[in-house]
Design a protein around this ligand. Structure first.
Ligand code: HEC
Length: 129
């Protein structure tokens, strides 16, 4: 009986809506983490440069990084943001090559949530090399 009610509820509501709600919840959780685990000490989400780069991304944009002492042009995408958080020394934005971000103690799930938040907060005009 309960199964039937759940099932028709889902059909009536159109399950897409619940995915969108979930995505929004993840962004909010990511925002909360970003604001509480210390990221804000070094990163702003407007164009202010603190110790680290401002984190307003344009997804798909090219940035210049230093990886293994080699300059490379890479695309800002979900993977780029994730590896910047989980493995900060893998590559560095050229303008920040002498600054260091400590390796994080966040769980993979927490890194995913923060990544979703940073993507959601992405802004057309904000990314500079
Ligand atoms: C002690 C200061 C410091 C803290 C705290 C810090 N970062 Fe960073 N972060 C940096 C610096 C410096 C860089 C640039 C050099 C590098 O990539 O290692 C950077 C780079 C990044 C980048 C890549 C940015 C780009 O434009 O390429 C992301 C994404 C990022 N940090 C996210 C985070 C998140 C999320 C947190 C919190 C969990 C965090 N950082 C905490 C200093 C910090």
């Amino acid at each position: 009986m309960i199964f039937c009610i759940t099932c028709s509820f889902c059909l009536l509501q159109n399950c897409k809506n619940s995915n969108e709600t979930l995505a929004l919840e993840n962004v909010k959780k990511g925002q909360e983490l970003f604001n509480t685990v210390g990221c804000v000490n070094c990163h702003s989400l407007d164009n202010k440069k603190l110790y680290g780069p401002a984190l307003k991304y344009t997804m798909g944009k090219q940035v210049t990084v230093l990886r293994d002492s080699t300059e490379l042009s890479v695309t800002v995408d979900r993977d780029y943001i994730k590896r910047a958080i989980s493995n900060p020394n893998f590559e560095k934005r050229i303008a920040f090559k002498n600054s260091t971000m400590a390796k994080t103690t966040l769980t993979p799930l927490e890194i995913d949530l923060i990544t979703e938040y940073l993507i959601a907060a992405s802004d057309e005009n904000a990314l500079t090399n």
